[in-house]
Write a protein that binds this ligand. Structure first.
Ligand SMILES: Nc1ncnc2c1ncn2[C@@H]1O[C@H](COP(=O)(O)OP(=O)(O)O)[C@@H](O)[C@H]1O
Ligand SMILES: O=C(O)C1=C[C@@H](OP(=O)(O)O)[C@@H](O)[C@H](O)C1
Ligand SMILES: [Mg+2]
Length: 164
């Protein structure tokens, strides 16, 4: 959360001239309610079921750029499908920076706790191996501005296309 998936995904899609989908946005569109409301009514489990269904559908569409929610890697089938159907990028950003970017945002239910930085640290530790297992490319650090990451990804993607 706060790594820049939505921001960078949208910019990357625009630069590549491809359609952009954000799995969280799809879930909100389909249910007609914001993510915190889904967590309130159906719990995290309910949200994860909707997320897995959305990932299943979006990984069936080719030629798109997709941003996922940060918890998508918890489900082994999500990880398998994403890796098998797409070119997966992990934006690895230190928890303190994630905290600075998300601290005023009330739209992430998992961070509405007394100590959001500690929550981000423990999520990062638990999920980092899962992100690495899923990704074809890891962008380390989070120091680059979003447009810089996009430029880097376009170069890497062009190189990949040349090699194919
Ligand atoms: N590379 C970046 N450098 C600085 N701020 C960024 C960067 N990427 C995203 N942000 C900012 O961080 C916040 C969270 O970004 P977002 O794209 O919603 O992350 P995610 O979808 O991974 O949770 C937004 O305010 C966004 O403008
Ligand atoms: O990390 C997570 O478990 C979540 C990340 C969120 O998306 P972002 O990573 O875009 O913030 C959203 O899917 C939900 O609040 C749960
Ligand atoms: Mg997002």
């Amino acid at each position: 959360m706060g790594a820049g998936k939505t921001t960078i995904g949208r910019q990357l899609a625009r630069r590549l001239g491809r359609p952009f989908f954000d799995s969280d946005h799809e879930i909100v569109e389909r249910t007609g309610v914001p993510i915190p409301t889904i967590f309130e009514i159906e719990g995290e489990d309910g949200f994860r079921r909707r997320e897995a269904q959305t990932i299943f559908e979006l990984t069936s569409v080719s030629g798109i750029v997709m941003a996922t929610g940060g918890g998508v890697v918890l489900d082994p089938e999500n990880r398998r499908r994403l890796r098998a159907t797409g070119w997966v990028v992990y934006l690895n950003v230190p928890p303190l920076m994630l905290y600075q970017r998300t601290r005023h945002d009330r739209n992430r239910p998992l961070l509405q706790v007394e100590d959001p930085l500690a929550r981000l640290e423990s999520l990062h530790e638990a999920r980092d191996p899962l992100y690495r297992e899923s990704a074809h490319l890891v962008v380390e650090g989070g120091q680059l501005v979003a447009s810089g990451v996009v430029q880097y990804l376009i170069r890497e993607f062009d190189q990949l296309c040349l090699e194919m």
